[in-house]
Design a protein around this ligand. Structure first.
Ligand SMILES: [Zn+2]
Length: 381
């Protein structure tokens, strides 16, 4: 079974690739296929959310649900009333349909649009009545979860959950009819209050009623197993993150292969994408747990240069020297810029509370160092 993922151009390619990596981590009978990005048409429809309650509420156009209030912390940087452009569900499904037609895809293939455009009913995602054309919303996740939950995880969760639903139900209405009005920590919770999605991610499971549907409708076991495995991985990441704050534990770090890709293996195998210069500086500090004074960086020029030479594939000797000279030049701000970028990438990946352990930070003794316990660092070739 093929699932094509289309990226709308407003959704950063880096995040898209991370979501793809999370989904592809557990190989199986479902194949996730990335495609060329598409540019969405300019929407002329606006929606105004008077307050945060309206913004956090999914609309149920076909169903009459009485919503139970649950007050959860939000990390609003949105001021209300908030006005934004929205696209209709049909417009979003049409993009998947057009893609299907243009690429002459077989009708059993699934096509999922990942879009930073908000939608008319304010849902995280949905599929059309064929159960094969979907959209998943990629914006506003930080509004609900702040920087402590990387939005790539709930997005990967939503993708898995919607594919599972497409196997369980016969139509869009059949699906909507089976949603649970009251949250039970099941994948089929309606989550009228959008922040409730965290509850179902934390259980990563189906309730008994839904398990019965899954059994009765003769769902493909191999596909289902793969989706459960993906959701288990996302759940582990979430739980590790929550517990690690309490237990002061950090994730293992694996550095893999010749290109030395950096993965946080306890955090759902999250990859930290550093460019060659950032990596060269990072590996230097990783090799020096005692820390290095800014003014002593020059003493480590040879080591820094050898990392960079190995990691940057296109550079000539001269350009390597130039790059390294800039990095160690105390009158140049380059080192600070590179360190700030590294911190930013770890902050995005592990959250506000944890990133300082993994990043290169300045220490009270006047050095820069990485605090992470080096017993957690493993080099795999
Ligand atoms: Zn259920």
């Amino acid at each position: 079974m093929k699932v094509h993922l289309i990226r709308a151009t407003g959704y950063p390619v880096e995040n898209f690739n991370h979501v793809l990596n999370l989904l592809r981590k557990h190989r199986g009978s479902i194949e996730f296929v990335p495609s060329e990005p598409v540019t969405l048409p300019e929407s002329s429809d606006f929606k105004i959310y008077e307050d945060s309650d309206a913004f956090e509420k999914k609309e149920a156009p076909k169903l009459d649900f009485s919503m139970k209030e649950s007050r959860m912390a939000n990390y609003s940087r949105i001021t209300f009333p908030h006005k934004e452009k929205v696209m209709t569900w049909n417009q979003l499904f049409q993009i998947a349909k057009d893609f299907r037609k243009k690429n002459q895809l077989p009708k059993e293939d699934h096509v999922i649009l990942l879009t930073d455009q908000s939608n008319e009913h304010n849902w995280f995602g949905c599929f059309d009545d064929t159960l094969k054309n979907y959209f998943i919303q990629t914006n506003h996740w930080n509004y609900y979860f702040g920087t402590d939950l990387d939005s790539r995880f709930p997005i990967a969760y939503e993708i898995s959950a919607w594919i599972m639903r497409s196997m369980m139900f016969r139509s869009q209405v059949d699906t909507l009819n089976h949603l649970h009005k009251e949250p039970r920590g099941c994948m089929m919770d309606f989550c009228a209050k959008k922040p409730q999605i965290i509850l179902k991610m934390r259980t990563g499971d189906l309730c008994n009623d839904c398990m019965k549907v899954l059994t009765e409708r003769d769902v493909n076991r191999s596909h289902a197993r793969q989706l459960f495995t993906i959701m288990d991985g996302l759940r582990e990441n979430l739980l590790f993150r929550e517990r690690s704050l309490l237990l002061m534990e950090n994730s293992k770090m694996e550095i893999r292969g010749l290109s030395k890709r950096i993965f946080l293996s306890d955090l759902g195998d999250l990859e930290i994408n550093l460019n060659p210069k950032e990596k060269a500086l990072y590996f230097l500090y990783l090799n020096h747990p005692e820390g290095i004074m800014r003014s002593h960086l020059v003493d480590h020029r040879a080591e820094l240069r050898s990392h960079y030479a190995m990691l940057s594939n296109q550079a000539s000797n001269q350009s390597i020297d130039l790059a390294i000279d800039r990095l160690i030049d105390i009158t140049d701000n380059n080192m600070n810029e590179v360190m700030a970028r590294i911190r930013g990438k770890f902050r995005l990946a592990v959250g506000e509370q944890q990133y300082q352990v993994y990043s290169i930070m300045s220490s009270p003794e006047g050095t820069h160092k990485i605090l992470l316990n080096r017993e957690l660092v493993h080099y795999l070739t």
